[in-house]
Design a protein around this ligand. Structure first.
Ligand code: URA
Length: 208
């Protein structure tokens, strides 16, 4: 499995700001979207393009166009919504497929409560968005459902990833590529990433 830790001064700097305790909702939201934008740039750098001729100001000019059905962005509710604006800034025409899962506290299995996928998903690359790849349970369930829908090309964008979640993804879905600003140290006993960002959903939505 390929794990791309995007090593860029802007990403490292913004991630450092995101790690600060007591950041305002406004700043956490803005920084999450800024890092998401930069990670998207990396996650899409091998998209295929084709030459087309357009009318330029001085006559015909050959330019590059991204080929095919391109992609769908898949924010995992709720925290993934906090990266969506940043990703759509970079890919304004992307179709959005929304996935909502909760954990059944008896079986501990993820249960779908909302899934609405883009059409022709089998022809698109899926870019899953979740600020935190922690235990990986939600991510694995999302990849399962995307593959069941026919999706063959899946990437995940995470602000921060934990080694535990990456290991699970590697075992179950080694074809999924990961783009992240950092692979952090470990999970604590409550499933939070250390040093991590805290509860990213609460910080993005201002709930606590
Ligand atoms: N979800 C979060 O919001 N933070 C973590 O550290 C782990 C899961």
């Amino acid at each position: 499995m390929a794990v791309h830790v995007v090593d860029h001064p802007l990403v490292r700097h913004k991630l450092g700001l995101l790690r600060q305790a007591n950041l305002s909702t406004k700043d956490f939201r803005a920084l999450s979207n800024e890092v998401a934008r930069l990670l998207t740039y990396e996650a899409t750098k091998d998209l295929l393009t084709e030459k087309v001729t357009i009318n330029g100001w001085a006559g015909p000019v050959e330019v590059d166009n991204i080929m095919g059905k391109t992609l769908t962005v898949v924010p995992i509710l709720r925290a993934g919504i906090g990266m969506l604006d940043g990703v759509l800034d970079m890919i304004p025409g992307a179709k959005v497929s929304v996935v909502g899962l909760f954990r059944n506290e008896e079986t501990l299995e993820p249960v779908q409560y909302y899934v609405k996928l883009a059409n022709k998903i089998e022809e698109r690359m899926a870019l899953i968005l979740d600020p935190m790849l922690a235990t990986g349970g939600t991510l694995l369930a999302t990849v399962d459902l995307l593959k069941e829908a026919g999706c063959k090309n899946i990437r995940g964008i995470f602000l921060v990833a934990a080694p535990e979640g990456l290991r699970k993804l590697e075992e179950r879905h080694p074809d999924v590529e990961v783009y992240t600003a950092s692979v952090d140290t470990c999970l604590n006993d409550d499933g939070y990433i250390l040093p991590g960002l805290g509860d990213a959903g609460d910080k993005i939505f201002g709930t606590k």
